[in-house]
Design a protein around this ligand. Sequence first.
Ligand code: 5MM
Length: 343
Amino acid sequence: MEQQMNKQLLKDTIGQLFANGKGLLAMDESNATCNKRFAAEGIPQTIEMRRKYRELIVTTTGLNESLGGAILYDETIRQQTNDGIPFTDVLMKAGIIPGIKVDTGAKPMAGFPNEKITEGLDGLRERLAEYKQMGARFAKWRAVITIGTHTPTITAIKANVHALSRYAALCQEADIVPIVEPEVLMTGNHTMQQCYDVTEQVLKTLFYQLYQFNIDMEEMILKPNMVIVGTESTIKNSVDEVAEATVNCLLASVPASVPVIAFLSGGQAPEDAAAHLNAINKNFKDRLPWIVSFSFARAIQQPALDLWKGQQANVEEAQKLLCSRAKLAAAARTGNYTVAMEK
Ligand code: 5MM
């Protein structure tokens, strides 16, 4: 049965997620991605090790000073601490709102070599209702766009933004804030200008489609990539150049009615992601119509994961690193980050 969206509830959720200079932690790696990260560290790829790692994260003291929300994965939202306390309760007690990744992954797109289409719409209305019962107040869906010789095609862009729009509509119907994530991957040897052009095309196509699907722009969060040169390129743009290209691209493509832009880190080094976010907020603070924050996974988690290595003895030190990276991201969110803070 369709319902009227409760705009005030969605606004309140967004307000709480990003209050006092806070941002989001993406800890919604699917089992395949989490296992890949564990394999790189020599950590056993088991359900119990994934639970232990997520327990390390949610029980870190002080995260609530920098984080208003944490995005969970289906396995994680159902898990508990060693003492039997649901992770969602631990987060909510700390004032961190639980969210949930609801896409079921980017799969090869039939007929379009090297392009992907994100799946997960079937049964989504029912899944959202279940996640809401578990405490989730916001959700996330990620579309993946690859820059290559013949990609992205307009067909792949349109198919992905269509799915993002249907997802966003179902979220708003359920009073769950949709995080709309169209990620233009850093992978490749493209220039910053190519990333700019593709990101602009994707965002303009996305917002037209969101409009056609009656999405209320004021009750959603955009999670985009920054405009950045490909990982295989030898060119290195300055922090200020990345900030300027990113802001110009977003100003050209994102309606001012969208309340928050929360960047993904996309595989950038944590220091780079923080420096870029900082420059965006510091250099352009008078021109940004949105709150510009973060929804980082690797740029907050990676140093802690490297240190933990699956060992109980390393938990405390890993938690300190995690808390410190979240604080640095939050400093960047207000333009108060400096490289000196890395020490
Ligand atoms: C782009 O990935 C999202 C942000 O993470 P980074 O800051 O590391 O780029 C992230 O939320 C991502 O969607 C999750 O890690 C889940 O990814 P998978 O591939 O497991 O669906």
